[in-house]
Design a protein around this ligand. Sequence first.
Ligand code: KG4
Ligand code: ZN
Length: 339
Amino acid sequence: MDNVRILAIESSCDETAAAVVENGRKVLSNIIYSQIDLHTLYGGVVPEIASRKHIEKINPVIEAALSKAECTLSDLSAIAVTYGPGLVGPLLVGVAEAKAIAFAKKLPLIGVHHIKGHICANYIENENLKPPFMTLVVSGGHTHLVRVRDYGEYEVIGRTRDDAAGEAFDKVARAIGLGYPGGPKIDAAAKRGDCNAIEFPKAKVNGSEYDFSFSGLKSAVLNYLNHAQMRGEKVNPDDLAASFQKAVVDVLTEHAVMAIKQFKLNDFALAGGVASNSALRASMAEACDRLGVRFYCPSPVYCTDNAAMIGVAAYDEYIKGNFADYSLNAIPNIGIEEG
Ligand code: KG4
Ligand code: ZN
């Protein structure tokens, strides 16, 4: 087979992104237009504004990705696009664009599940990583412990029952006045604080030992702030950020370690926006070291939303001939096992 070049499009939330990926591993270009500054004004992503911005940016971003990869639409083997999960308006912009290019250039169309994309980001810089492995996908919208049985075969072992880990970071950051997006700001503040200053509860979930719950922890942080305010006490935001972050990281690490042991896997990969959290990376790297398990984590640019990861995930589908037709639609809540 000749070199397979896939143009991938990602627009599920607040990043308009396009990438050209060769043979599922080599990233020829990875262009990301982040709308973060726009949504910072509102303290979170506003779906209507995000959709409009995607429409404005998607063509220039695709043109930039093709130009950086030194190719044209005629050099491509397929068009891939995230079709879910995510915000319906933003997803539809990418899906409509991908369908239009596929139709105009008579190219195969591939619909990619966003979370599978996050997991596949690990293949970009790690040639040695091969299934089976355990992975923890932690992002603004998702917290999933997933067993990757084989290429394209995923089994969810545990998931959050309420808030995603990134969502908890964002909400707590807002409460202590750090702004949006909160994850990187808490990460930075935590480095200056004492993670043992405040003891926050570690949520246990009835039923599944692998599931997570972060809404209780978020409420505990808010209660702590309210009580301090009522008593006229000053809160040290760095200690609070560090203590909150420790509670999240400890529970994520404990569940991941339990899963790695139970399924007797030799490889573990982090994925998603929160995977760029320095404390989580350090904690998981150390836990894997203790277990004698190889640890993988994408560079920060491949942790948060990007289209290169979508191009990598699409390659599996290309090889299997799993193509979509023009009825491909955005599915905002699609699960990993359905997608
Ligand atoms: O994967 P992503 O870009 O979007 C979703 O698919 O949701 O993840 C974004 C999330 C945000 O909640 C952001 O606060 C969080 O990732 N995040 C972090 C860090 N960098 C980004 N959370 C903790 N520490 C970080 N360094
Ligand atoms: Zn994402």
